[in-house]
Design a protein around this ligand. Structure first.
Ligand code: ZN
Length: 81
């Protein structure tokens, strides 16, 4: 568990929404490259966000949201590191 992972978890949704400064985006992208668990989480979340944007559904599917939350919590706590 690193501070970078914690920061990554906190900023991921803002990153996907394009609400972050460019220099913060770079930090996140760098972290994705060195931390496979965060990379996996990013991929899942991005897929969920894309589904929402396409208007396939109004919300992230419940099952996916639950999985992501579980994963996010576990990873932020560092229990899978
Ligand atoms: Zn990480």
């Amino acid at each position: 568990m690193t501070d970078q992972c914690k920061e990554f978890c906190q900023k991921l949704s803002d990153y996907l929404d394009g609400r972050l400064e460019e220099n913060v985006c770079v930090l996140i992208e760098q972290h994705l490259e060195v931390c496979p668990p965060c990379g996996l989480m990013y991929e899942s979340l991005r897929t969920a966000v894309e589904i929402c944007r396409k208007g396939v559904t109004d919300d992230i599917p419940e099952e996916m949201a639950r999985e992501l939350k579980t994963y996010l919590r576990a990873h932020c706590r560092g229990s899978d590191h």
